[in-house]
Design a protein around this ligand. Structure first.
Ligand code: GLV
Length: 331
């Protein structure tokens, strides 16, 4: 039991900005793991079981079994916009508030999605390896020839804040035709501002030169891009994933590339990350990055501060800036 007037105990399982930890320390008793080594599930459970609040990242799983081991836990502030690491229903049932970090990472993540699209279509990484390996001997008319980005068709799957920011870059900056698929069609004025129009998923796959995944993961959309969907894509098209690894069947993806059907793909997220399917690592026409789409110093600091603000607001005024299950606050 927390003694009366004791400061709430916050546990931070992964290294974080010292200035944010310092800010939290002026409100809370803070325990943090600054070692650059992820804890085992058992170590995490033990430390979480003594905490009133957690500052989690997308790899910290909060499910029913963990909640049972954490009777004094009241809030998990995720330093990520995605929250598929949270079992939200169980958290709500247990009266544990969940928060995430929307908005602050939208533009940075969209920048990176575009960087992956450019790198993939223009064979940037493959070219760089070719040069470093001292294979560049002379000019050739088709040396590392890729596909145009400007003027081509981009298909965006998932048209939330980040999808819309990608669409604006594509339509305004690169004169691309932008089509999108989303559960709901956006209001006409938003579509107009993005220069994008809604199509069925199969039509998007068939018409796009480049397809980008920007939708949240849920078990219902597990492997939504599998062999059938990949076969619908245009020959030579590119697939970019900045959402969650579980959306794509990676075996089917590599098969499609090896068959010569796809032009390439770029992934920032992987099923089972940080473990990577070894077949991905041997492919040439791919760009693989370690889940860093939101990773600029400015944006990661904003995400960290927003997660900290949620903890501070909750314990000082029983409020939160970006709650995911606000019904908990009403109890
Ligand atoms: C990153 O993947 C996030 O969800 O913020």
């Amino acid at each position: 039991m927390t003694p009366v007037n004791a400061k709430p105990k916050i546990y931070i399982p992964r290294p974080n900005f010292p200035e944010v930890i310092g800010r939290l320390e002026s409100h809370f008793e803070v325990v943090h793991n600054q070692a650059d080594q992820a804890l085992t599930a058992e170590q995490f459970r033990l430390l979480a079981s003594q905490a009133d609040g957690l500052l989690t990242t997308g790899s910290d799983v909060i499910n029913e079994s963990l909640l049972k081991a954490c009777p004094q836990l009241k809030i998990c502030a995720n330093m990520a916009v995605g929250y598929n690491n949270f079992d939200l229903l169980s958290m709500t049932r247990a009266g544990v508030l969940a928060t995430n970090t929307p908005d602050v990472l939208t533009q940075t993540t969209a920048d990176f999605g575009f960087a992956l699209l450019m790198a993939c279509a223009r064979r940037l990484v493959e070219s760089e390896h070719f040069l470093r390996d001292q294979q560049w001997k002379q000019w050739r008319y088709d040396l590392m020839a890729g596909q145009d980005v400007h003027g081509s068709t981009l298909g965006i799957i998932g048209m939330g804040r980040i999808g819309q920011a990608v669409a604006k870059r594509a339509s305004m900056g690169f004169d691309m035709k932008v089509i999108y698929h989303n559960r709901s069609v956006l209001p006409a004025d938003v579509e107009k501002a993005c220069g994008a129009s809604w199509v069925e998923l199969d039509a998007l796959l068939a018409q796009s030169d480049h397809v980008m995944l920007v939708l949240p993961y849920s078990p219902e959309c597990h492997h939504m891009i599998g062999a059938r969907q990949l076969s619908l894509m245009k020959p030579g098209a590119h697939l970019i994933n900045i959402a969650r690894g579980g959306l794509i069947d990676e075996e089917a993806l590599v098969d499609a590339l090896e068959r010569g059907h796809l032009g390439g793909f770029a992934l920032d997220v992987f099923e089972g990350e940080p473990q990577i399917n070894p077949r991905l690592l041997t492919q040439k026409r791919v760009v693989l990055t370690p889940h860093i789409a939101s990773s600029t110093i400015q944006t990661r600091l904003k995400m960290s501060n927003l997660a900290a603000d949620n903890l501070i607001e909750f314990f000082s005024r029983r409020q939160a800036l970006t709650p995911l299950n606000p019904e908990v606050l009403e109890k």
